[in-house]
Write a protein that binds this ligand. Structure first.
Ligand SMILES: NC(=O)c1ccc[n+]([C@@H]2O[C@H](COP(=O)([O-])OP(=O)(O)OC[C@H]3O[C@@H](n4cnc5c(N)ncnc54)[C@H](OP(=O)(O)O)[C@@H]3O)[C@@H](O)[C@H]2O)c1
Length: 347
């Protein structure tokens, strides 16, 4: 289908004659580029499930994909990924929660009516009423104790924090500092670090100290009052989701063998990894990460046992997604911003 500037919506297969709502964008820019429209409803191929979406989210990844505002050094790479002059994938949204509405002929892992959550990652495409995913893709059964809104917000922050901690080989008893502990990745990182048996310090602004404590941080630091790099404390792992703790600034706060995880990392953070490894016994572990079905099942298990609960900040109806993007643009969201469809189950 062609929209406005000639944007092509790619679906696997269409349900003949049936249409669905979608939020599309045909150019990079402010939230005003997001348009509510109708596109053909997809139909599952043999190995796919069709998910009726109950909730999705607006993540920092959607904000980057919409604006092409990316960390220093990644401008050209991001245009190659997202599209040189206009978005190649006109539908944003990387995670969702919903219900299986139909299954392809060979699908055996899911059945119609199963409640699931899913992560499309960089492939995006979740700002829709119905979404097809391969049954072997990043789809998992929804934890029964989470609301649809919470389950929609498991994947982006959860898989990112999990992947970085695995790369850093987090261990029981590690002292972990999370700079930017109140965002989507930060709130997941606090809870996962606790799960892995770490002693957790969260760094955030004054208004978020209670939130970060409430999700399990042993200590909190208000960055508007205290500079953690100057308070004499040292850590085995520093997670930086805010981009304000590069190695040059945080190296003195790392123990011998300590690892800096610049989740918000620039190209130079990546390029210095081998140099830091050669010249010190500390490490920088940077770069893009992704998550698959096994990671979603792991996170769902933690949610079911009460060790991980996505933090939901504001909720917006699907039709008001541009307002949700405006809020995310402030850079001040607390955990996750969720988009819901009216008249669909919320629990
Ligand atoms: N490498 C990867 O594969 C990967 C994957 C996912 C995300 N990311 C990147 O990671 C970053 C974080 O993502 P997110 O989704 O967690 O973002 P987010 O939800 O928007 O979180 C932003 C948080 O940053 C905090 N913050 C702002 N300035 C700060 C400062 N000076 N010091 C400490 N905290 C500060 C804010 O808290 P306060 O209001 O308390 O200041 C806010 O809660 C994004 O830039 C995203 O692009 C990278």
């Amino acid at each position: 289908m062609t929209i406005g500037t000639g944007t092509v919506i790619e679906h696997s297969v269409h349900a003949p004659g049936e249409r669905m709502k979608a939020i599309v964008y045909g150019r990079y820019g402010s939230p005003d580029v997001l348009e509510l429209t109708e596109i053909p409803k997809p139909a599952p191929r043999d190995h796919e499930v069709l998910i009726k979406v109950h909730a999705t989210t607006v993540t920092s990844g959607d904000w980057r994909g919409r604006t092409l505002n990316v960390p220093r050094g990644f401008g050209l790479i991001s245009r190659l990924v997202f599209g040189i002059s206009r978005p190649r994938q006109p539908i944003l949204g990387s995670e969702l929660c919903g219900e299986i509405a139909a299954v392809g002929k060979t699908v055996s892992k899911f059945k119609v009516g199963d409640k699931v959550f899913a992560f499309s990652g960089m492939r995006m495409g979740c700002y829709v009423e119905y979404k097809c995913m391969p049954e072997d893709g990043a789809v998992a059964l929804k934890p029964a104790n989470l609301s649809d809104e919470e389950a929609a917000a498991i994947s982006f922050g959860g898989t990112t924090a999990l992947a970085f901690f695995r790369r850093a080989k987090i261990q029981i008893g590690d002292k972990v500092l999370i700079n930017g502990a109140s965002g989507a990745v930060g709130t997941a990182a606090v809870q996962l670090a606790r799960h892995f048996g770490a002693e957790v310090t969260g760094v955030c602004s004054t208004g978020n100290l209670e939130l970060v404590k409430s999700i399990g941080a042993d200590k909190v630091i208000d960055y508007t009052k205290t500079d953690f790099t100057q308070n004499g404390e040292t850590y085995d792992i520093i997670v930086d989701t805010a981009g304000t703790a590069p190695f040059s600034r945080s190296r003195g706060s790392l123990n011998e063998g300590g690892r800096l995880l610049p989740v918000l990392g620039t190209l130079s953070d990546m390029l210095q990894m081998p140099w830091v490894a050669m010249t010190s016994n500390k490490r920088v572990v940077a770069g893009p990460v992704s998550g698959g079905a096994a990671d979603l099942r792991f996170l769902a298990g933690l949610a079911e046992s009460g060790q991980f609960r996505p933090v939901v900040d504001r909720r917006y109806p699907f039709e008001q997604i541009a307002d949700a993007h405006r809020y995310v643009d402030t850079g001040r969201k607390r955990g996750n911003v969720v988009i819901t469809f009216e008249n669909r189950h919320q629990h």
